[in-house]
Design a protein around this ligand. Structure first.
Ligand SMILES: *[C@@H]1O[C@H](CO)[C@@H](O)[C@H](O)[C@H]1NC(C)=O
Ligand SMILES: *[C@@H]1O[C@H](CO)[C@@H](O)[C@H](O)[C@H]1NC(C)=O
Ligand SMILES: *[C@@H]1O[C@H](CO)[C@@H](O)[C@H](O)[C@H]1NC(C)=O
Ligand SMILES: *[C@@H]1O[C@H](CO)[C@@H](O)[C@H](O)[C@H]1NC(C)=O
Ligand SMILES: *[C@@H]1O[C@H](CO)[C@@H](O)[C@H](O)[C@H]1NC(C)=O
Ligand SMILES: *[C@@H]1O[C@H](CO)[C@@H](O)[C@H](O)[C@H]1NC(C)=O
Ligand SMILES: *[C@@H]1O[C@H](CO)[C@@H](O)[C@H](O)[C@H]1NC(C)=O
Ligand SMILES: *[C@@H]1O[C@H](CO)[C@@H](O)[C@H](O)[C@H]1NC(C)=O
Ligand SMILES: *[C@@H]1O[C@H](CO)[C@@H](O)[C@H](O)[C@H]1NC(C)=O
Length: 450
C-alpha cells in the first residue's frame, strides 16, 4: 500500500506542480504583456497613468482644501479626465501629460508630496499663497522641463533642495515668505542657466551669497535675497551679472558691496555696510534707485554720484556720513527724491541741488548739522522736511488726504522759513505776518489727525 501510495502521491504532486507551473507561466505572460504595454506607453511619451497617480498622491498630502478645488480630483469619477481637474492643465501635443498646476491662493493646508517629481512634463507649478508646510521634496529636481516654480507665501521649512539643480529649464524661482533655513545652494548658479528671476526674500536663509550666482550672467534680471540672515561680503562675481536690473539685499547682515555695472535698482538698506561709499559708485551708470539707508556708512558722499545721470531716488538716511553735500548731485538731472536725513552732514545745501528742476518729490535733510539759509528755489520743492512726518521712515503710510494736507502745511511752513531767512532784512517777512500765518497753520494742523 505504501509502495503504491508513494507514486500516487508523487503523481498528485506532479499534477499540482503542473498547475502551479501553468499559473506561474500565465502570471509571467500577463505581467510580461503588462510590461510591454508600459513600454509602449513610455515610448509614446504618454505616462498618463503616472500623472494621474502623482496628482492623487499630491492630493493625499493636502489635509485641508476649504474652497474644494481638489474635489474634482477623484479617481472614482471616471467621467472627468484628470486634465479637467481643478487647477490642472495638460499638454496639447501630449494630451494626457500635465504641464501646469495652478493651485495658488486656495488656502490649502498640508505638505507637498514627493510624487510631484513624477509629473515629468510639468512646466509651471504655482502653489503661491497657501498654508503648505513641511519641506520642499528633493524629487522636485526631476522636473527638468519646469520653467516656473512659485512656492511663495507658505510655511515651507528645511533647506532649499540641492536637487533643484535638476530643474535646468527654470526661468523663475519664487520662494518668498517661507521658513526656509540653511544656505542658498551653489547649484543654483551652476545648473540653472536660464534663471531670470530669483526671489528668496523673507526666509531664514543664512551663510554667504554663493559666488556661483555670477555664472547666471546671461540670464539673471532680478535677484531678491532681502529679509534673510545672509552674512559675509557680497560676492564680487555678482558684477558679472550684466543683465541684472534689480538687486535687493536689504535686511541681512551683509558687508561690502561691489560695482554692479548695469544695475538699475539696488536695495542694500539695513545691513552692516561700513566704511565709506566707494568712489566707484559713479560707474553704476544705469542706477535709477539706490537705497543704502540704515547701515553704518561713514566718510563723505563721493562727488562721483554726479556721474549717475539716471538716478532718480537716492536714500542715504541713517548712516554716519560726514562732510558736505556734493554739488555734483546737481548733475543728476532726473533726481526726484533725495533722502540724507540722520547723518552728520555739514555745510549748506549746494544751490546746484536746489536748482534741479526734477527735485519735486522729496528732499529729506533732517537731523544733520546743515547750516545756511534755504534758497528761494525751495518754493518749487513739494516737500522739504523730516520725511518721517510725511512718509515712510517707520514704514507707515498715511491716507492720501491726510498726507496731502500735511504736505501743504509743511510746504507753507518752509515757505515762511525761507521768507524769514532772506539775506537782506528788508526782504524778510514782518513778524506780525509770520505769527498770523503760523497761527492759521496751527489751527489747520489741529484739524488733521497726526
Ligand atoms: C515615464 O515614467 C517612467 C517612470 O516614472 C520614467 O522613467 C520615464 O522617464 C517616463 N517617461 C517619460 C517620457 O516621461
Ligand atoms: C464627478 O465630478 C463632477 C465635476 O466635479 C461632479 O459634478 C460629479 O458630481 C462627480 N461625480 C461623482 C460620481 O462623483
Ligand atoms: C491669498 O489667498 C487669500 C485666500 O484665498 C486671498 O483672500 C488673498 O487675496 C490672496 N492674496 C494674494 C496676494 O493673492
Ligand atoms: C513616483 O514618485 C514616488 C516618490 O518619489 C516614487 O516612489 C514612485 O516610484 C514614483 N512612481 C512612478 C510610477 O514613477
Ligand atoms: C537628488 O540628486 C542626486 C544627484 O543628482 C540623485 O542621486 C538623487 O537620486 C536625487 N534625489 C531625488 C529624490 O531625486
Ligand atoms: C504674499 O503675501 C503678502 C501678505 O499677505 C502679500 O502682500 C504678497 O503680495 C504675497 N505675495 C505674493 C507673491 O503673492
Ligand atoms: C561659476 O562660478 C564659480 C564661482 O564663482 C566659478 O569658479 C566658475 O568658474 C564659474 N563657472 C562658469 C562656467 O562661469
Ligand atoms: C565722471 O567720471 C569721469 C570718468 O569716467 C570723471 O573724470 C569725472 O570726474 C566724473 N564726474 C563726476 C561728477 O564725478
Ligand atoms: C539724529 O541722529 C543721531 C545720529 O546721528 C541719532 O543718534 C539721533 O537719534 C537722531 N535724532 C533723531 C531725532 O532722529
Amino acid at each position: 500500500m505504501d509502495m503504491k501510495l508513494l507514486p500516487q502521491r508523487h503523481n498528485s504532486f506532479n499534477f499540482m506542480s503542473s498547475i502551479l507551473l501553468l499559473v506561474c507561466s500565465l502570471t509571467f505572460i500577463i505581467s510580461y504583456m503588462c510590461m510591454d504595454v508600459n513600454c509602449l506607453v513610455t515610448i509614446n511619451g504618454d505616462n498618463e497613468s503616472n500623472d494621474r497617480v502623482a496628482l492623487l498622491a499630491f492630493k493625499n498630502e493636502i489635509t485641508q482644501d476649504p474652497p474644494g478645488i481638489l474635489s474634482s480630483w477623484d479617481n472614482s469619477n471616471s467621467s472627468l479626465h484628470f486634465c479637467e481637474w481643478g487647477g490642472v492643465t495638460c499638454s496639447r501635443r501630449h494630451p494626457s501629460r500635465v504641464t501646469g498646476l495652478y493651485l495658488n491662493s486656495q488656502r490649502l493646508v498640508g505638505s507637498i508630496s514627493p510624487h510631484i517629481g513624477n509629473l515629468s512634463f510639468l512646466k509651471i507649478l504655482n502653489l503661491n499663497n497657501n498654508s503648505l508646510n513641511g519641506e520642499i521634496p528633493q524629487q522636485m529636481g526631476r522636473l527638468s522641463r519646469l520653467q516656473g516654480l512659485d512656492l511663495s507665501n507658505n510655511s515651507l521649512e528645511g533647506e532649499i533642495p540641492h536637487n533643484i539643480s535638476g530643474c535646468s529649464n527654470l526661468r523663475y524661482l519664487y520662494i518668498v515668505n517661507n521658513l526656509l533655513m540653511g544656505r542658498i545652494p551653489n547649484e543654483i548658479g551652476f545648473y540653472l542657466p536660464r534663471l531670470a528671476f530669483l526671489s528668496l526674500r523673507g526666509n531664514k536663509l543664512s551663510g554667504h551669497i554663493p559666488a556661483s550666482l555670477g555664472n547666471l550672467s546671461s540670464s539673471l534680471v532680478q535677484l531678491y535675497l532681502d529679509y534673510n540672515n545672509l552674512e559675509g561680503r557680497i560676492p564680487g562675481t555678482l558684477s558679472q551679472l550684466t543683465k541684472l536690473k534689480l538687486l535687493a539685499l536689504e535686511s541681512n547682515r551683509l558687508s561690502g558691496f561691489q560695482n554692479l555695472v548695469g544695475l538699475a535698482t539696488l536695495f542694500l538698506d539695513s545691513n552692516l555696510l561700513t566704511g565709506s561709499i566707494p568712489t566707484g559708485i559713479g560707474n553704476l551708470q544705469n542706477l535709477g534707485i539706490l537705497h543704502l539707508r540704515f547701515n553704518k556708512l561713514s566718510g563723505i558722499i563721493p562727488s562721483s554720484f554726479g556721474n549717475l545721470t539716471k538716478l532718480f531716488e537716492l536714500d542715504l538716511r541713517h548712516n554716519k556720513l560726514t562732510g558736505l553735500v556734493p554739488s555734483s548731485l546737481g548733475y543728476c538731472e532726473f533726481l526726484q527724491k533725495l533722502f540724507l536725513g540722520n547723518n552728520r552732514l555739514s555745510g549748506s545745501i549746494p544751490e546746484q541741488v536746489f536748482e534741479l528742476p526734477s527735485l519735486s518729490g522729496v528732499l529729506g535733510l533732517s537731523n544733520n548739522s546743515l547750516t545756511g539759509s534755504l534758497p528761494v528755489e525751495v518754493e518749487r520743492i513739494e516737500e522739504i522736511t523730516d520725511s518721517r512726518l510725511l512718509l515712510d521712515v517707520e514704514g507707515e503710510h498715511h491716507s492720501g488726504s491726510t498726507r496731502d494736507t500735511r504736505r501743504q502745511i509743511m510746504s507753507r511752513i518752509i515757505q515762511i522759513g525761507v521768507k524769514c531767512s532772506s539775506e537782506l532784512p528788508t526782504d524778510r517777512s514782518c513778524m506780525n505776518e509770520v505769527s498770523v500765518d503760523l497761527q492759521a497753520l496751527k489751527d489747520q494742523l489741529q484739524g488733521v489727525e497726526m
